[in-house]
Write a protein that binds this ligand. Structure first.
Ligand code: GRF
Length: 215
């Protein structure tokens, strides 16, 4: 797969996807890192890795659709066939999502469908839930909706504050996202409409990262 990673900021998940495509995932290459902000820190890492970067400032567009069309054309120019959203802070229009149906995945720092939206870590700490985690899912038109591909979880004890939780969840994200991309890329999971079909190998891989999670 020729992959584009969409970012808006730090890009730590992006670096993990880039590294895993170099080292581990033979069937995919990262062909583009795209950001809606020139300030996105992740762009520097991508440049160092000699991966093409493109920036389109969404503030210059009157409508969401205009921005999304421009983004779509850019992705076509690079002959992209799969998109990984990694901290991309834009809601995508229904039209865009449909053009990339089952060809776009996202990572979210909670066990979806719980805690959609923003300000997740604070809301989780405030709610006193005992378990949280992260989710990789296919992108659909609703925010943080779409068939779930993989999840990793952790217990939250009384020593956790927002910062500790954010660090722990990011650690889990860095394991989950490359694993899910690999399973997708190597066709160890298949998507039929809204259904995810796991091969035995895929389930073993996902169990492995869940069980290696304690330190
Ligand atoms: C991650 O927590 C991700 O789940 C969320 O935004 C954050 C991006 O972090 N969608 P980074 O830019 O990958 O470091």
């Amino acid at each position: 797969m020729r992959i584009a990673i969409l970012i808006s900021g730090r890009g730590s998940n992006m670096t993990k996807l880039i590294d895993s495509c170099k080292e581990d995932i033979q069937s995919s290459t990262i062909e583009l890192v795209f950001s809606n902000s020139s300030e996105a820190k992740g762009l520097e890492f991508a440049k160092k890795e000699n991966i093409p970067t493109e920036i389109i400032d969404h503030k210059k567009f009157k409508t969401r659709e205009e921005f999304d069309n421009k983004l779509h054309r850019k992705l076509k120019k690079y002959e992209i066939d799969f998109i990984c959203n990694a901290g991309f802070m834009r809601i995508l229009s229904k039209e865009f999502v449909e053009k990339w149906f089952n060809k776009q995945i996202n990572i979210h720092p909670s066990i979806l469908p719980a805690f959609k939206g923003l300000d997740i870590h604070k809301r989780i700490i405030d709610s006193n839930v005992q378990v949280s985690g992260c989710t990789v899912h296919l992108v659909r038109a609703g925010v943080d909706e779409g068939p779930i591909i993989g999840q990793l979880s952790t217990y939250i004890d009384s020593t956790y504050d927002e910062k500790k939780l954010a660090n722990k969840i990011l650690e889990l994200e860095h394991k989950l996202y490359p694993t899910c991309l690999k399973l997708f890329s190597e066709e160890l999971i298949k998507v039929e409409g809204d259904n995810i079909k796991y091969s035995r190998e895929a389930l073993i891989e996902l169990e492995k990262i869940q069980n290696n999670n304690l330190n």
